[in-house]
Design a protein around this ligand. Structure first.
Ligand code: ZN
Length: 317
């Protein structure tokens, strides 16, 4: 069970997270110029996010180091985020995941034909792998969350690797690659998208989805979370794909940062979005704290999240 210090470190508003981090250059364009877009996260904890002045990609600053992120996932992620769950994923997660998998499978239906080779990068509890296999695909997953990977192997009988480096798959191995809400967790999302693009056949498609940081309808700071070290909007997501030689496929539905990409031979344009960082800083500007507290908008998210954390911590067996 997590210690009292754990709760202070991870839930006490107006204090920072237990990490030091290090300054980082933009993973998409390499620039070190930036604009601050947020100073706190959805728990009202201190967490600075910046947007790259050149391309607009949002990242945590300072960026957690590799060991700090590993430590976070090993100790805090379970209670914080309810993904790596002792004894396997909870029923409400499986329900939501099955619904999402069916949606993704219908979107990609034209490519999910008998014998098509499919990789799900960040395959979680395996529902999408199972849905694609049911359509005749040869499927494989990559999932570093051990409990979830084990669940996928046991309950869906699918092959899941713990991790994958560049050499794990030969270039042009897959007809379809999908990655659902993974890139925002990575320190190097632009490099990983390039790797996925290399593994894709010339006529293959990449389904990629991340949270849209420009989404309206919730207070700006609600979009920030310690586990999300990068933040995308439509422009920066497309530019990340573009750097990897990918463009949105015109035949597929898209919504902001849920996109099906195809390969292109066209040269990569300049990796810049003039003015985007400033626009994001204005859009994501937090409400003044007094107005936010008076609005009551914090009550429901706080109840919901704390209920989740308590359930994760005490009712996991
Ligand atoms: Zn940049």
């Amino acid at each position: 069970m997590p210690s009292p210090r754990y709760f202070i470190n991870h839930f006490m508003p107006f204090t920072g997270y237990p990490y030091k981090g290090a300054p980082s250059a933009c993973n998409l364009c390499g620039s070190t110029e930036s604009v601050v877009v947020a100073e706190s996260d959805r728990r009202l904890k201190v967490l600075r996010s910046i947007a790259c002045e050149q391309c607009g990609l949002i990242r945590t600053d300072p960026m957690p180091t590799v060991p700090e992120l590993a430590d976070y996932y090993a100790t805090a992620y379970r209670a914080d985020y309810q993904l790596a769950f002792a004894g396997g994923p909870p029923p409400h997660h499986l329900k939501r995941s099955a619904r999402e998998a069916e949606f993704r499978a219908s979107l990609l239906a034209p490519k999910l034909t008998a014998g098509a080779r499919l990789l799900d990068f960040g395959s979680g509890s395996g529902e999408f792998l199972a849905a694609a296999r049911a359509r005749g695909c040869e499927v494989i997953g990559v999932e570093p969350g051990r409990d979830y990977a084990a669940y996928a192997r046991t309950h869906h009988g699918v092959e899941v690797l713990d991790d994958a480096d560049d050499a794990t798959f030969a270039p042009a191995s897959f007809d379809v690659i999908s990655t659902h809400h993974v890139m925002e967790h990575l320190r190097d999302p632009a490099d990983v998208i390039e790797r996925l693009a290399r593994w894709l056949k010339p006529d293959g498609v990449l389904y990629a989805a991340v949270p849209n940081m420009a989404a309206t309808g919730k207070p700006p700071h609600e979009r920030f979370h310690f586990a999300h070290v990068h933040g995308f909007v439509r422009d920066t997501f497309d530019l990340t794909a573009r750097r990897a030689g990918l463009v949105p496929h015109p035949d597929y539905w898209r919504e902001d940062t849920t996109v099906v990409y195809a390969k292109t031979d066209a040269p990569v344009p300049a990796l810049s979005n003039p003015g985007l960082a400033q626009r994001l800083a204005a859009e994501l500007k937090p409400m003044p704290p007094a107005a936010y507290l008076a609005s009551g908008a914090w009550i429901w998210p706080m109840v919901r999240r704390n209920a989740k954390a308590v359930r994760d911590t005490f009712v996991s067996k």
